[in-house]
Design a protein around this ligand. Structure first.
Ligand code: F0G
Length: 466
């Protein structure tokens, strides 16, 4: 298989270097075996995240020069508003510094202590903001989403039975909204079908439960619908995205993903009353509602990035073909992966890769550390460390998925970079049985995966047999 030919050429480059094995092992020890704590200059290929790490286009850079830095009523805000209205179809919008800023404002506006907030699998920051307002997250994703080997093409779908059961178990006025991640990051970038979005929307609107789209990677979801769902093959990604949003009352957006921006986000909605409330919280937590914690130049980069993300379908087609290329190469090497291949990243099944490590020895955290030690490639844990603890009881969440994510930044790496990544991981796979697990030595209270530190259970990570 080949990657689709790039629909761009390269105008600016940034140098990277591979440290020696000894230097990588030292960097890893100093980072407490947490890839979030490595210095980026010590990383060769950075697949930690596709968030804010994308290459901006010449048009985005040009628009940055046009940023209007007025405190109030910036022209750049109106450019962003216009892009959100045109592409996502919501009439009202407040900008935020990034996605979690939008989640914070939304949770403040709508959640009361004792409420329940269903969603198609948790996302770390989304759930925490719900819990901080006294809400309880309820997972209504289909069972298959928790099984790396389930081959469903729309594995991000909401299980309508689970949603219905929740509405029977608790009073409807205790369910302010449902969040739909499309695609679902924590399940492996798995998409949601239009049919499912429609069903959820019709079900919830009848019961006056609001439906919220987490649109961070919704352009990628639209591409999967175009490719896989009957009736959508001749529609453009732009048209499909608009239809997705038409079923959703509200949208939280981390513009650091699909919209190619290095920073930024927004909260958008159809309901003017909610907008008034959100606008008010925005000035408390983010900044005046016409800049939301962003510089005028960021608002312009974001507006242009939004337009660009759906201007031609080959942007997203190329992006997904890159992810599939890495997935296929790793699969051919026998590496256990989440099936089918998702949108923004390849997810390694760390439970199967390091089958000698029980979950207490943090297999995904261990594997992410070991991949860095072996090849200088940075990835991210998405397992028990990311899942964290229940805020009320202090009990650890124990997810059935124990994954390492290799996220591909947009327009940044080439086919040879991805070949290098696959070969490096194969090296790690060959000596998997001698890799020792990790244990916590420091655990912060909130979103522990970002800042936790670990030590080896026994042997040195990186000690080779060759
Ligand atoms: N929703 C989803 C689905 C996300 O993936 C993220 C961030 C957010 C919300 C929060 O947005 O970071 O702009 O505040 N995901 C990043 C990642 C961190 O690496 O997947 P944010």
């Amino acid at each position: 298989m080949k990657i689709l030919t790039e629909p761009y050429k390269i105008k600016m480059v940034e140098s990277i270097r591979l440290l020696s094995k000894e230097a990588r092992e030292k960097a890893l020890r100093e980072a407490g075996y947490n890839t979030f704590l490595l210095m980026s200059q010590d990383v060769y290929i950075d697949l930690l995240t596709d968030s804010g790490t994308n290459a901006m286009s010449d048009s985005q850079w040009a628009w940055m020069m046009m940023g209007d830095e007025a405190y109030a009523g910036s022209r750049s805000y109106y450019h962003l508003l216009d892009a959100v209205q045109q592409v996502y179809g919501y009439p009202f919008m407040v900008p935020t510094h990034q996605g979690r800023g939008a989640e914070h404002i939304l949770s403040k506006c709508l959640i009361k202590p004792g409420d329940f907030v269903p969603g198609n699998m948790y996302f770390t920051t989304t759930r925490l903001h719900q819990e901080l307002e006294g809400g309880t997250f309820v997972d209504v994703s289909m069972d298959g989403a928790h099984d790396p080997r389930n081959e469903s093409l729309f594995k991000g779908n909401v299980d309508m039975k689970k949603l219905e059961n929740l509405t029977k178990k608790v009073s409807i006025d205790r369910i302010p909204y449902i969040t739909i991640g499309a695609p679902v990051n924590m399940a492996g970038g798995q998409p949601v079908s239009m049919q499912n979005l429609r069903q959820v929307s019709e079900f919830c609107r009848k019961r006056r439960i609001r439906v919220v789209l987490d649109a961070a990677r919704a352009v990628e979801n639209a591409y999967f619908i175009q490719e896989r769902e009957p009736g959508y093959a001749s529609k453009s990604v732009r048209e499909i995205l608009r239809e997705m949003c038409s079923w959703m009352d509200i949208c939280t957006m981390s513009a650091k993903k699909d919209a190619f921006a290095n920073i930024g986000g927004f909260l958008a909605m159809h309901d003017e009353g909610l907008y008034e409330e959100a606008k008010n919280f925005c000035v408390v937590y983010e900044g005046l509602h016409t800049y939301g914690g962003l510089a005028g130049r960021d608002l312009e980069a974001l507006a242009q990035g939004i337009r660009e993300s759906v201007e031609r379908d080959d942007w997203v087609a190329h992006r997904i073909s890159q992810v599939r290329y890495l997935w296929q190469n790793l699969k051919d090497m026998g590496i256990p992966l989440v099936h089918p291949c998702g949108g923004h990243a390849v997810f390694i099944d760390a439970k199967a890769f390091l089958s000698h490590l029980p979950q207490e020895q943090l297999p995904a955290q261990t594997l992410a550390a070991q991949i860095y030690a072996d090849s200088g490639v940075r990835s991210m844990e998405r397992g028990i460390v990311s899942a964290g603890r229940d805020l009320q009881s202090g009990e650890e969440h124990r997810p059935s998925l124990e994954l390492v994510r290799l996220a591909i930044p947009r327009r940044v790496y080439t086919q040879t970079h991805l070949d290098y990544v696959a070969e490096g991981i194969e090296k790690t796979f060959r000596r998997r049985e001698e890799i020792p697990g990790l244990r916590f030595v420091y655990e912060p209270k909130y979103l522990r995966f970002f800042q936790a530190r670990f030590e080896l259970q026994k042997k040195e990570v990186g000690a080779t047999v060759e």
